[in-house]
Ligand binder design. Structure first.
Ligand SMILES: [Zn+2]
Length: 380
């Protein structure tokens, strides 16, 4: 009996899922990635081992028994908080939650992929940590504006919010692969092999039971952190992600994602209109910057459409993680969708290269810092 319980303890202390094996029809995983393309689970540990000027904290342990980390740069200012955010808003001034003035640093929160296979955000953030430490990305390229901005702000970086999904994903990059391959391992399959796809992959949550391949969207418990129960979080990772916003009062927060299209900003559905206008303003500035530096981008017809609430039943917009982050902290929160570099069906060419993915990420961060410093909201 004693040995049996030891075996049970051992079984429950090892990760529930390991990397999935590719099936016969799947294209191979490219082994030779550029050195700067830091998309693997072991890249997180090795980057964080070299952190000297920042502070590394394990913020959660995933159901697969894997650590989730945050890296902090710049000392935290005292905000004289005497109320939580929504109570402060009800008292007609967020200053009761956080006093933000010219004497407090801007706070910026980079949330890496909560969808484990959307590794482009991790690649960007591990290079951002390298820039914070050395001034250069992993290609050796200098980013003086980013380095200076990091030194003026309180910066919180979660390189990857979903290590379980990352480990299960059998691809270290989707550059040059068909979008269908990403969809298969991203959102997963049913037992008959059919793809769950977007948005049906959200119709079963937790994703348990009717599952062939458990997509990297989910942690090992089948939770998609974008659509956790924010008043009763099912995942420890979600809880930790929310707690950072509650404790840090970030001025700006991005949740990094990727899709099969050119890069774009997506609005949080359920935040005040003044905040949606700010996000739309930032998105337009980011677009014109991408245009100027020759990076791909998407146009923004839906940004103005998204300013309105759902006019009819059934609602199309959910109160997801980025909406929740705003309501906990007043942060300007949005989703950024990078391109995976999958091939478009027409000309079979990847939308972005490995270099392009890193540039899309680093230019996004640079523009975020710039927007934040030029457009601060003071709460006094
Ligand atoms: Zn995503």
């Amino acid at each position: 009996m004693k040995y049996l319980s030891l075996i049970v303890v051992f079984l429950f202390s090892i990760p529930c899922f390991a990397q999935l094996a590719l099936e016969a029809e799947d294209p191979p995983n490219k082994k030779e990635l550029p050195y700067f393309f830091k998309s693997k689970i072991e890249d997180i540990e090795s980057e964080l081992n070299d952190v000297k000027s920042g502070k590394v904290v394990q913020i959660a342990t995933s159901p697969g028994n894997r650590p989730v980390y945050a890296v902090y740069y710049g000392d935290k200012d005292q905000f004289d908080s005497q109320a939580n955010y929504n109570s402060a808003v009800a008292a007609r001034n967020p200053v009761f939650y956080a006093r933000k003035s010219e004497s407090t640093k801007p706070v910026i929160y980079f949330l890496g992929p909560v969808h484990g296979h959307e590794i482009e955000g991790q690649v960007g953030l591990l290079n951002l940590i390298q820039i914070a430490e050395t001034g250069k990305d992993h290609r050796g390229r200098e980013w003086p504006l980013l380095k200076q901005a990091i030194e003026k702000c309180r910066v919180i970086i979660v390189p990857n919010g979903n290590p379980d999904g990352l480990v299960r994903c059998p691809y270290d990059s989707f550059v040059g692969l068909p979008g269908e391959t990403m969809t298969k391992y991203g959102q997963g399959t049913r037992p008959d092999g059919s793809l769950w796809r977007w948005p049906q992959a959200k119709s079963l949550h937790p994703m348990k039971g009717e599952v062939g391949i458990l997509g990297a969207y989910f942690n090992d418990d089948g939770i998609n952190m974008m659509h956790d129960d924010f008043f009763f979080p099912m995942a420890k990772e979600t809880e930790a992600i929310l707690k950072i916003a509650r404790d840090e009062a970030p001025d700006m927060t991005v949740s990094l994602h990727s899709h099969n299209q050119p890069p774009c900003v997506l609005q949080a559905a359920h935040v005040p209109v003044f905040m949606k206008n700010r996000v739309a303003d930032f998105a337009e500035k980011l677009n014109s910057h991408y245009k100027n530096v020759g990076l791909p981008y998407m146009t923004y017809d839906w940004l103005s459409a998204n300013l309105e609430d759902d006019p009819e039943f059934p609602p199309k917009k959910s109160f997801n993680l980025v909406s929740a982050l705003h309501h906990l902290s007043g942060t300007m929160s949005f989703v950024f969708e990078c391109s995976h570099g999958t091939i478009n069906e027409k000309d079979k060419a990847p939308i972005v290269s490995y270099d392009g993915i890193l540039d899309v990420q680093l230019h996004l961060y640079e523009q975020m810092f710039q927007y934040l410093m030029n457009n601060r909201l003071y709460w006094e």
